[in-house]
Design a protein around this ligand. Structure first.
Ligand code: ADP
Length: 448
C-alpha cells in the first residue's frame, strides 16, 4: 500500500467508523422500535456529525486567515489528523523561513563588513540593496533610496555614461561630484540577466601616489628639456666649427649628439605620456581627415625607410572626431615601429578601413615579428622584446604606451597579432561613435 493511500485512509477511517456506529445504532433501534424510530435516530446522529464538521470547518477557515503555530485548533476524529498535519507543515515552513532569514541576515552582515561598496541593482538600475560603504561612497541612504534609479541619485555624467554603456571590462575611475576629494574605482558585475552588482573601491590614496609619480616624471622631463636643447645646440656648433675638428673628435661629438637626441626623444615621449595621463587634459574635438593623415604617414614612412621597404597604403573615406595630434602620434608610432622592426626588402602596408562597427588604422609588416609571450606586455612603459635592437633603431620604449593611452582617450583599442619571423599586424580600432559621416571621395588606393 502506498504511503499516500495510507495517509488518506488515516484521515477517512474515523469518519467511516462513525458512519458504521450510526448504522449499527440505527439497526439496533430499528430492531426494537421500528424503522421510523431508526431513521430519526440515524438522522439525529448524522445531523450532530454534520454540525461538528461545520464547526471544525469554520475553525479551519478562521485559522487560515491568520495561520500561526500557537493558534492552531485542536480536533476531533478525522480533524485531529488534519490539524496535526497542518501543524507539522506549518512548523517545517516556519523553520525553513527562519533559517532563510538567518542566512540572508548573515550574508548581508558579511557584505556589510567588506571594505568595498556593494550596490545591488535591477535591470532598470533601481537600487535593491546596498551596504553602508556604498552609502558613504555614493552619498545615498538605503532606507530612503531603495527602489530609486542609482543614476538619478549619482548624477556624475561619467558615471551615467558608464552605467548605460554596457561595456564593463575596464573599471571606471570616478571622482563623485558630491565628494571630489574621493577617488573611486567602480566595477559592474552582471550576475543575473536582470541584476547587477556595482562595486566601489576607495582608491584615493593610490591615485594620490600615482599623481605624485606623474607630476615628478613630468617635472623632471620638463627640467631636462632646456639643458638638452643647449647641449644639442653646442654639439652642432662644434661639429660645424671652422676649421673642422680632427676626425676622432668629430666621431666622439657625433656619438654625443646621437645620445643627446635620444635623450630628447625620451623626454618628449615622457612629456607626451604625462599629458595623455593627466585627467585635466581634455580631449580636443578636431574633425580628423584620416585618409589625408594616412597619406602623410605613408610619405613619412618612405622617408624613414629610404627605399629599403616596399610601402603601400589604402584608406576608406572616413573621418574621425578626436585629437589630430594625438592620433597622428599614435598612428605614426605604429608606422615607425613597422619600419624599424622590418629588415630591408620587407613589405609594409598602412590601411584605414571599417571594422566591427567602427574603423581601424592598421599597420602590417613582414618584419621580425614578436613571440606570443611578449604580446600582453608590449604596451607597458619601457617594455622591449630586444632592448639593444630598440635602442639601435632609436626607440624609447614608450611608443606603444603612447598608442594605448591615445586610443583609450578615444574609447578605442589596440589589437596586436604577430608571428616571429613572419611579421606583425597592429590595429588601432576606434568605435562608431568617433566616426564622422563619410566624405565625397571614393576609397583611395595607392601602391608603392
Ligand atoms: P620601442 O621604442 O622600443 O620601439 P615601443 O613601445 O614602440 O618601444 O615598442 C615596444 C616593443 O615592441 C619594441 O621594443 C619591440 O620589441 C616591439 N615591437 C613594436 N612594434 C613592433 C613591430 N612592428 N615588429 C616587431 N616588434 C615590434
Amino acid at each position: 500500500m502506498s504511503g499516500e493511500l495510507r495517509r488518506r485512509i488515516r484521515v477517512i477511517l474515523p469518519a467511516f467508523i462513525r458512519l458504521l456506529i450510526v448504522a449499527a445504532v440505527a439497526l439496533a433501534v430499528g430492531a426494537g422500535f421500528g424503522t421510523e424510530a431508526a431513521l430519526w435516530v440515524a438522522l439525529g446522529m448524522l445531523g450532530a456529525f454534520f454540525a461538528l464538521h461545520l464547526h471544525y470547518l469554520s475553525l479551519l477557515g478562521a485559522w487560515l486567515e491568520q495561520p500561526s503555530l500557537s493558534s492552531i485548533p485542536g480536533g476531533w476524529g478525522s480533524w485531529t489528523e488534519v490539524f496535526n498535519r497542518l501543524y507539522k507543515t506549518r512548523r517545517a515552513s516556519e523553520i525553513s523561513a527562519r533559517r532563510l532569514e538567518e542566512n540572508e541576515a548573515r550574508f548581508r552582515r558579511t557584505i556589510s563588513a567588506l571594505p568595498e561598496g556593494i550596490v545591488l541593482v535591477d535591470a532598470a538600475l533601481q537600487i535593491e540593496w546596498c551596504n553602508p560603504v556604498a552609502e558613504q561612497h555614493f552619498g545615498i541612504r538605503l532606507q530612503a533610496d531603495q527602489g530609486l534609479r542609482i543614476t538619478n541619485l549619482v548624477r556624475d555624467p561619467a558615471f551615467i555614461a558608464y552605467m548605460t554603456s554596457n561595456a564593463f571590462d575596464e573599471p571606471l575611475l570616478l571622482r563623485p561630484l558630491a565628494n571630489p576629494t574621493l577617488a573611486l574605482s567602480v566595477r559592474v558585475i552582471e550576475f543575473e540577466p536582470a541584476r547587477s552588482i556595482i562595486m566601489t573601491r576607495d582608491v584615493t590614496q593610490a591615485e594620490r601616489l600615482d599623481a605624485m609619480r606623474r607630476d615628478f616624471v613630468a617635472n623632471v622631463s620638463h627640467e631636462l628639456r632646456t639643458p638638452l636643447t643647449v647641449v644639442n645646440g653646442f654639439l652642432e656648433t662644434l661639429l660645424d666649427a671652422q676649421p673642422p675638428l680632427d676626425e676622432l673628435r668629430q666621431r666622439h661629438l657625433r656619438l654625443m649628439q646621437e645620445q643627446a637626441s635620444r635623450m630628447s626623444r625620451l623626454v618628449e615621449d615622457l612629456l607626451m605620456l604625462s599629458r595623455l595621463e593627466a585627467e585635466e587634459t581634455p580631449l580636443v574635438d578636431d574633425d580628423v581627415d584620416v585618409p589625408a593623415l594616412v597619406a602623410e604617414l605613408e610619405a613619412e614612412a618612405r622617408a624613414l625607410s629610404a627605399g629599403r621597404h616596399d610601402i603601400a597604403s589604402h584608406a576608406e573615406p572616413m573621418r574621425v572626431r578626436g585629437s589630430r595630434d594625438e592620433l597622428r602620434s599614435a598612428f605614426g608610432n605604429l608606422m615607425s615601429n613597422a619600419i624599424r622592426y622590418t629588415p630591408s626588402g620587407g613589405r609594409i602596408t598602412l590601411a584605414w578601413r571599417a571594422q566591427d562597427g567602427g574603423a581601424v588604422f592598421e599597420v602590417t609588416d613582414t618584419g621580425i615579428g614578436i613571440a606570443a609571450e611578449h604580446l600582453p606586455r608590449l604596451t607597458e612603459r619601457f617594455y622591449r622584446v630586444d632592448r639593444s635592437r630598440s635602442r639601435e633603431t632609436g626607440g624609447t620604449g614608450l611608443g606603444l604606451a603612447i598608442v594605448k593611452h591615445v586610443l583609450m582617450r578615444h574609447q578605442g583599442r589596440l589589437l596586436i597579432e604577430s608571428e616571429v619571423g613572419r611579421g606583425s599586424n597592429f590595429r588601432a580600432w576606434l568605435p562608431a561613435a568617433r566616426l564622422r559621416a563619410a566624405d565625397e571621395h571614393a576609397p583611395l588606393k595607392r601602391a608603392a
